[in-house]
Write a protein that binds this ligand. Structure first.
Ligand code: OGA
Ligand code: MN
Length: 200
């Protein structure tokens, strides 16, 4: 997006190169720590509005057990993250001609025991999702707490990504991935960078 600079910790050349070579990229220490605190607080203060992600249009699936809240303009702190993702999208479009036009995003909360089984975010290439991003915003995470993002990269190598606080995982939406059962509350924003309106 015009006029929005990326945070210093985002090495765009590295991100573009990793996406090109492997289909995924990681940003560690994505934001100043005050931002993480503010976003955690915003997320936690809305937990009572989160809905069971497995229920869509009244239909219950057993593929996932997390809870989500779609972002709206009133979630001011979260919107700043979306602004940065929009700025990143401009770089992605310039480098790879992806035609990203917008972002759709939700908070996600995995309580202990919750998971998201193997899936793709754009299974039939029809929902417009091109790039998936997940920002982890719990205040603490230990690597033996489960909750890993397991991702088959574009070279068919399985990658394990721990949901460390202040980390962003970025990957092609067509790649197979899952969230291993978490042992502690795991908070995130999932955002999809996508071309115009989806054809459902
Ligand atoms: C998703 C997803 C991965 C993660 O929300 O579709 O796969 O690490 N999230 O939370
Ligand atoms: Mn996914």
């Amino acid at each position: 997006m015009d006029g929005v600079l990326l945070p210093k910790s985002w090495n765009v050349d590295q991100i573009l190169d990793d996406l090109d070579q492997h289909g995924f990229a990681i940003i560690n220490d994505a934001y100043p720590i005050d931002y993480l605190h503010a976003l955690s607080a915003e997320c936690l203060s809305h937990l009572n509005q989160f809905r069971n992600a497995a229920i869509q249009n009244g239909v219950i699936s057993n593929i996932r057990s997390d809870h989500i809240l779609w972002l709206n303009e009133e979630l001011n702190i979260a919107q700043q993250h979306i602004q940065y993702l929009n700025a990143l999208s401009a770089h992605l479009n310039q480098a790879f001609f992806l035609g990203i036009q917008e972002a759709e995003a939700h908070f996600a909360c995995y309580n202990a025991g919750e998971f998201y089984a193997l899936h793709r975010d754009n299974p039939q290439g029809k929902n417009g999702r091109i790039i998936s991003t997940v920002y982890y915003l719990h205040e603490e995470w230990q690597d033996d707490w489960g909750g890993q993002l397991r991702l088959q990269d574009k070279n068919d190598v399985w990658q394990i990504i721990h949901p460390r606080p202040n980390r962003i995982a970025i990957f092609q939406s067509d790649l197979l991935h899952e969230v291993i059962q978490a042992k502690h509350q795991r908070l995130s924003i999932t955002a999809w960078l996508r071309s115009g309106s989806p054809i459902w």
